[in-house]
Write a protein that binds this ligand. Structure first.
Ligand code: GLN
Length: 181
């Protein structure tokens, strides 16, 4: 759970279900799960415009299904927010039984290896925006990307005890209000 990772970093968090929940947030993590369900809920709970608006101003991190939601995907089941201009293939690494762990290398700032957990993970098949940086790849394919304050992982960084990626994301927050006393 991302909440557990944030707790370990002494960062307050809440869960966002409705637009009003976003007002007090300094940053947002869209977790893994099922992008078609997220897409349905985003539309049902009127979150589409305010999520787009939020992502223009504040850091957003999408992991696995969350990254699918950040993309421009537009299928009958999943409508992305269009924040990251990437082509993405849902379940691109296979189904649940093809889930796997693999060491990846993190960017210079983090200077470490990271044991990444891929569960029905999407595949980034193309990056259509020169402003998107590839922070880490697996077998030559991007698995961790960044555009300004928007971070996307095809894996689940919250399922390991290594907090490096969460720390990297938290560093993007300008406000000094986030740490618990
Ligand atoms: N395959 C899922 C989807 O398309 C994502 C899986 C995950 O988030 N672990 O939404």
């Amino acid at each position: 759970m991302h909440g557990e990772a944030l707790k370990m970093l002494n960062i307050d968090h809440c869960y966002v279900k409705y637009p009003k929940d976003l007002y007090s947030c300094s940053a947002l993590i869209i977790p893994g799960g099922e992008s078609s369900s997220f897409s349905k809920l985003i539309s049902k709970n009127n979150l589409l415009d305010c999520l787009k608006d939020f992502a223009e101003k504040k850091p957003v991190f999408g992991t696995c299904a969350g990254l699918i939601i950040l993309s421009k995907i537009n299928t009958p089941l999943v409508k992305g927010l269009g924040i990251l201009d990437i082509d993405i293939e849902r379940n691109g690494w296979g189904t649940q039984i093809n889930s796997f762990k693999h060491n990846i290398f993190l960017p210079d700032q983090c200077n470490s290896k990271f044991n990444a957990v891929f569960i029905r993970a999407p595949r980034i098949t193309n990056i259509n925006d020169n402003n998107i940086k590839i922070l880490s790849s697996l077998n030559g394919e991007p698995v961790l990307i960044q555009k300004k304050k928007c971070l996307g992982a095809t894996f689940h960084p919250e399922l390991t005890s290594n907090l490096t990626i969460h720390k990297y994301f938290i560093e993007m927050i300008d406000e000094k209000i986030i740490r618990k006393s």
